[in-house]
Design a protein around this ligand. Sequence first.
Ligand SMILES: [Fe+2]
Ligand SMILES: [Fe+2]
Length: 470
Amino acid sequence: MSGINYSEKIPNNVNLTTDRTLQRALEHWQPHFLEWWKGMGPTDFQGADVYLRTATSVDADGWATYGTVKMPDYRWGIFLADPQKDRTIGFGDSMGQPVWQQVPGEYRSTLRRLIVTQGDTEPASVEQQRLLGHTCPSLYDLRNLFQVNVEEGRHLWAMVYLLHAYFGRDGREEAEELLARHSGDADKPRILTTFNEPISDWLSFYCFTYFTDRDGKYQLKSLAESGFDPLSRTCRFMLTEEAHHMFVGETGIGRVVKRTLEVMKALGSDDPAKIRAAGAVDLPLLQKYLNFWCSSSLDLFGNEISSNSAANFANGLKGRPDESTYEDHVLRDKTFQLKTPQGDQAVPMLNALNEVMRESYLKDCEIGLKRWNRQIERAGHAFRLTLPATNFRRSIGAWMGLPVGPDGKMIAKEEYDKNLYHWIPSPEDKAFVHSLMKRVAEPGKMAGWVAPPERGINNLPVEYEYVKLH
Ligand SMILES: [Fe+2]
Ligand SMILES: [Fe+2]
């Protein structure tokens, strides 16, 4: 089951040839996908030879093979993790019953919505990142960007397969719509706000892969628990790809910190003006980028109190990330202490699941912070990077639009407005970061604002020519 068939037009491990109707429908969608990729993907790099990994099987180990590919020739396809024998629903009111191999009629529109919302983020991020190649800090980074891009393209395939295979004509229409909406488009934007924010510099790219791809990880983890088995298996395999995206973010930010510390040492100063003059990112500036992307990504978890997420859980459609690590999987008589602007409130646990997810996500975000702060501490500096409070700069839920600082304290509106650009990047900060974004495309060379990585890809040296631009 886990072997992937590459001899077919659409690589897959789902025996696509046994379902001619489905195969034809997907083969009809395939050229539309390619048109989208060529029009909205990294358009100026379609002819470049890129050292990419491709999935060859869905086994936990050794699933990837590496080779040089032109991106439009990448073998996008349909890969599901192997089925688990006798799998049962692991949470909610139908806990313990066999998982569904078909969509239960009563959950059809909800499941379709969940799949479309997840699917929409995948091509959105490719669109957001489409011009970054022009300002890559190194060929190593350029390759990582393209790896992320082709895999987000594959994640779109993953969701489109589910739509085509299980949702009939509605599903096929949704699959077309996934190519018709575009990030930041005034008339047809992507569904979620964060995926309409432009990513025009590499500091934002590292933050996006650290914070926003991690939101993706948590969404995929909760869908991997789903009682709808094909969705669960699809998401389980996507998670193996997603891990690399967060690696790019975590090591990217770590390399920025490392370089900044080197510059601070050489200058004998932590004066941001001097550090900027030396062409590096001062740590308070990095903190602003963290504040922006963390708070923006926190919105993706939705309202603190949500009857939708309660129903999705009770009905076995979407669980908590790592559901098996919890004791109670039904949650009918549990409550949650929610922090609201009116004070602490006890709410039914089922209605607070978005908040539960947000909390576990933040714990995961802390891991990188600890690592970066250790670097700073070892260099002898008192400065520490932090995550903003969860109620800072929210545009959804109970704290929406309220003047709350990154420390979580409510302040006067004027004070908030006056200080906002001390907390998130100001237009001048962004202009400075943009001024650093100059393409470095010689093998082994690195831009001055970021340190080289510890090691290259797949045991190759850092100096390897990961992208041949021609
Ligand atoms: Fe993805
Ligand atoms: Fe991703």
